[in-house]
Design a protein around this ligand. Sequence first.
Ligand code: SAH
Ligand code: SF4
Length: 356
Amino acid sequence: MTTSPLSLYDATQEDIAALFPNEPKYRVGQIWQALYEKLKPVDAISNISASMRQQLAEAFPVSLQLQTEQVNADGDTVKFLFQLRNGGHPIETVLMLYADRATVCVSTQAGCAMGCGFCATGQAGFTRHLTSGEIVEQAVRAAQRAAHLERRLSNVVFMGMGEPLANEGPVRAAVEKIHGDIGISARHLTVSTVGIVPGIKTLSKWPLPVNLAVSLHAGRNELRDELVPINKRYPLEMLMKACEDYLYAKNRRVTFEWALIAGVNDTDRDAEELAELCKQLTPSAHVNLIPLNPTPGYLTQGSSGNHVRQFASWLEDMGVNATVRRNRGTDIDAACGQLAAGQHISPVEITRREDI
Ligand code: SAH
Ligand code: SF4
């Protein structure tokens, strides 16, 4: 059996040093800085020789082959569909440009085993975990794209395909590299989980205090069991305790994600249950509301724009802060119907839009 070569962003400094035993030590530092700080593709690393570039590219090939790149009608969201070199599976990465920041939403698995019925990734099932390098490479590719638009990547959300806390080791390694080598601060990194309680506990022991987003979608076990099957294993009481402990350990705001599904989880009763849960945390959890994106395998639709605003105002009347996320890129099927982390409804101004 032939093993696939290590991919470029999985290679350590020692791996690179071993490839060039006759070169001075500082070369590795130059290569590392070019790859992670300057975000250069190997063929653009100009302070090493052409033959070193070739050796590097052959020993440690990149993982992500771009299949398609789509830009939404507003020109502020770019969705990349990549194929993994090892196995050929498709994954998605989304770059979102805002007035004050540029955020990439990265996938952590090809597929997902959690089986949430409303989620296109869940409908497709699990294929394999991504390596830390495959996760980091998504951030690098998005940062390179942002740089073409004269924007600097500022935030990374682990909210693409897959469940980050079901692939905890590689996700942690990716977080550390994105923080330590690319230079994005922990407060600009967010891990989103469906609510894997032991994973949240492990997350609270990570050295880096990343933001935690929990995909709640229902405030009573009976409904959450249906929408998010893992709730049967980790019901709301356990999940809330884990969130409290996370807040205590890390002092980072916890966000609840809530995809509004018409007639399912968008009534005043649902708003009350959600508000109760938010207020169990100190400070209160913040809520991100997003109308459900339509997916082929789930018949119920997202709540209407008016109803989403109504739901947000119910929450606000009960003292809970909610942000309505724009459903960025419905026109490009952004992120398998699960586009992450917008904070504004208003259209975003971007310059040089024609370049996107
Ligand atoms: N597995 C993790 C992270 C990836 S999913 C999690 O579940 O949190 C990222 C977010 O997209 C989650 O909040 C998820 O519930 C949401 N999502 C999934 N399918 C969606 C859809 N069809 N419409 C809107 N949001 C969706
Ligand atoms: Fe997996 Fe998240 Fe989709 Fe649920 S919502 S199936 S956990 S990716």
